[in-house]
Design a protein around this ligand. Structure first.
Ligand SMILES: [Zn+2]
Ligand SMILES: [Zn+2]
Length: 280
C-alpha cells in the first residue's frame, strides 16, 4: 500500500502552474522542469557574479538554465558559484558545461566530493523500490561520477555558504553521504535538494502528473533510510516557512509545515520503499 501525505494547493509557494522560472522570494527563484528543479539565489538584475546557482539539472539542460539565468540576472551574467545539494545525475547534468563556460567554482559537502571529481560511483539504485517504471528503469540511470575537480571546493567548515550571506548549510545525509540542505533563519527559507520532495518520483505517472505530496527522498536512490529519517527530523525541527525541493513544487506556510512534521513523525512507515518499510 502506498502511504501518502497529500498537500493542499494552499501550500504552494507560487500558484503559477506552468513549467519555467518562478520567483518565490525577492532573492529566490527556481526553474521548474519536468524532472528536477534548479534554484537561483540573487535579486533580479543581479548582474555578473551577483548570484548563485544551486544544482545543475538533468543532462541536456544547460541551455534552459542559462536562458532562465540571463532572463533573471541580465545578459551574460555568470554566477559567483554553483552549490550542489548532492551529485546525482539529475542534479549535475549541466554542471561540467556550465561551470567551465562560466568559470564558476563548485561547492559541495566534503563527503560528496569523490562523486564530483571522477573518483567514485554511487551505489546501485534499489530497483525493487515500489515497482514503478522509474524504479525499474533506475539501474539504467547514469551513476558514473562527473569530473569538475578543477573548480571543486568543499563547503566551509563553519557551515557558511559562499556568496550567500545569511545562509548556512546543514548536513542532511541518507539520500547520499554528503547531501546538504541550505537554511536562512531570517525568513525561515530552506533549499533541501532530495532530503525530502513534494511529489512522487517512483513511477512515470507520478513524474508526469507531479501531484502535490509531502514525500520522503526518491525511493530507488536512497541507500541509508535511518540517516534519511534523521535528516528529515532535523529539517522539520527548524520549522521552515518556505521550502524548495529538488523535485516537485516549492511549498510554504502552515499546511506545508504540518505535512512536513507528519513526515518526520511517521518517517519509517511512510518514506522507505514498501519492502523496507516498518508497518504502522
Ligand atoms: Zn538525488
Ligand atoms: Zn533528484
Amino acid at each position: 500500500m502506498t502511504v501518502q501525505l497529500p498537500l493542499e494547493r494552499s501550500a504552494l509557494a507560487s500558484s503559477d502552474d506552468s513549467l519555467g522560472s518562478h520567483e518565490i522570494a525577492p532573492d529566490l527563484a527556481y526553474l521548474r522542469a519536468v524532472l528536477v528543479n534548479v534554484v537561483f539565489h540573487g535579486p533580479r538584475n543581479a548582474g555578473d557574479r551577483g548570484w548563485v546557482l544551486i544544482d545543475a539539472g538533468v543532462p541536456g539542460s544547460a541551455d534552459a538554465i542559462r536562458q532562465a539565468a540571463e532572463k533573471r540576472f541580465g545578459a551574460g551574467a555568470r554566477p559567483a558559484a554553483i552549490i550542489q545539494t548532492h551529485g546525482h545525475f539529475d542534479h549535475v547534468g549541466a554542471l561540467e558545461t556550465l561551470s567551465r563556460e562560466w568559470d564558476a567554482p563548485v561547492y559541495a559537502h566534503a563527503l560528496e566530493l569523490p562523486y564530483l571529481s571522477g573518483k567514485v560511483d554511487y551505489p546501485p539504485p534499489d530497483a525493487a523500490a515500489d515497482g514503478g517504471i522509474m524504479a525499474r528503469l533506475s539501474p539504467l540511470f547514469p551513476r558514473s561520477p562527473i569530473d569538475v575537480s578543477e573548480r571543486l571546493h568543499a563547503l566551509p567548515d563553519d557551515c557558511s555558504v559562499p556568496f550567500m550571506p545569511g545562509w548556512s548549510w546543514l548536513h542532511t545525509p541518507g539520500h547520499t553521504l554528503g547531501h546538504i540542505s541550505l537554511w536562512r533563519s531570517s525568513d525561515r527559507s530552506m533549499i533541501v535538494g532530495d532530503a525530502f520532495i513534494t511529489t512522487g518520483q517512483e513511477s512515470a505517472y507520478e513524474v508526469a502528473v507531479q501531484a502535490l505530496e509531502m514525500h520522503g527522498p526518491p525511493r530507488y536512490f536512497t541507500p541509508n533510510w535511518q540517516a534519511a529519517a534523521g535528516s528529515v527530523r532535523l529539517l522539520a525541527g527548524h520549522r521552515p516557512q518556505l521550502v524548495v525541493t529538488g523535485h516537485g513544487r516549492a511549498v510554504a506556510g502552515p499546511a506545508m509545515l504540518t505535512a512536513l512534521q507528519q513526515l518526520a513523525d511517521g518517517f519509517e512507515t511512510i518514506a522507505p520503499p514498501q519492502h523496507l518499510r516498518r508497518s504502522a
